[in-house]
Design a protein around this ligand. Structure first.
Ligand code: BT5
Length: 275
């Protein structure tokens, strides 16, 4: 679990040795520094095999959703992107992001008992620990009308980051495993568990549908049952989060009593009282 004496660098061979997967992570492209692993994955996606992982110690232009940035200090986190070629219609993208979020939860449960069930998913793509942002997921794709050419799924997790690794404006909203648990984590092991969990859920989804992932996402939801504020193109609306629908959409009730389903798109969701 802790890696006080181990190398500060990632080691793709160690990661591979701990994999139990068939395709996910069988090819790992390990970089010291890159603009964004998602950018690199997009540049290479046509040429690389399904399941290839792009991994970097540092990102100089890490990206969040809607043009936001992602702080990715050197050696401190997991900044990786999976290249997936699912041969399904493009509509599966939000589902894949759920699989990613659920896989992070399972991997952290397995890595450290004291984290069991502590990491929550703030719909649609935030990973939360103690009401602060531990990580996030950014899914992008290239598709024709009926077929997905490729999907790149970027996963960012703050692992060994200290307070000084974050800009001051994130001190109240961001956290890392180190900041919450006060010891360093073995990133190789965490990545392997993440890829193992991802493949398990992904294969289950391809064979049997999204049921298992949805169950995990409901159990780990930070929003179901809570009052939320929906920000949509500059306007705020209050609502109550009720459930996840069959495709991972968030079902909310508006003050009028009307129930609506939200697909991740352009909406930003805050819990009531969240800064
Ligand atoms: C996300 O966006 O949460 C998706 C983050 C995905 C990052 C991964 S890392 C590997 C891959 N390569 C990339 O270039 N990206 C992916 P969003 O929900 O838009 O959250 C972004 C917001 O979170 C920012 O506007 C900041 O307020 C905050 N933030 C930025 N960096 C952070 C960090 N390291 N930890 C916590 N919060 C952060």
């Amino acid at each position: 679990m802790s890696s006080g004496m181990s190398s500060p660098y990632l080691n793709p061979d160690r990661i591979k040795n701990a994999l139990r997967t068939k395709t996910i992570g069988r090819e790992i492209i390990y970089l010291d520094v890159i603009d964004s692993t998602n950018n690199e994955a997009k540049r290479r996606a046509d040429l690389e095999a399904d399941g290839t992982v792009i991994l970097s110690e540092q990102q100089t232009a890490g990206r969040g959703r809607l043009g936001r940035n992602w702080v990715s200090p050197r050696g401190k986190g997991i900044w990786l992107t999976l290249i997936l070629k699912p041969e399904r219609p493009p509509g599966i993208i939000p589902t894949l992001a759920l699989i990613g979020a659920a896989a992070v939860c399972l991997a952290l449960d397995k890595t450290d008992n004291s984290l069991r069930e502590k990491v929550k998913i703030k719909w649609p793509n935030d990973l939360w620990l103690k009401e602060k942002k531990l990580g996030g997921i950014l899914t992008e794709m290239q598709a024709e009308e009926t077929n997905t050419r490729w999907v790149v799924m970027g996963i960012g997790i703050n692992v060994n980051s200290q307070k000084s690794d974050f800009p001051e404006e994130l001190w109240s909203s961001a956290t890392s495993l180190y900041l919450e648990r006060k010891h360093f984590y073995d990133r190789d092991q965490l990545i392997a568990e993440l890829l193992n969990s991802f493949e398990e859920l992904y294969l289950n989804f391809l064979q049997a549908g999204i049921g298992r992932t949805l169950t995990i996402c409901r159990q780990r939801s930070a929003v179901i049952g809570k009052k939320v504020i929906l920000w949509d193109k500059g306007t705020a609306r209050e609502a109550e989060a009720l459930d996840l629908g069959p495709d991972g959409e968030l079902v909310v009730r508006l003050p009028s009593g009307e129930k609506i389903s939200l697909f991740s798109g352009e909406i930003t969701l805050r819990l009531k009282g969240e800064t």
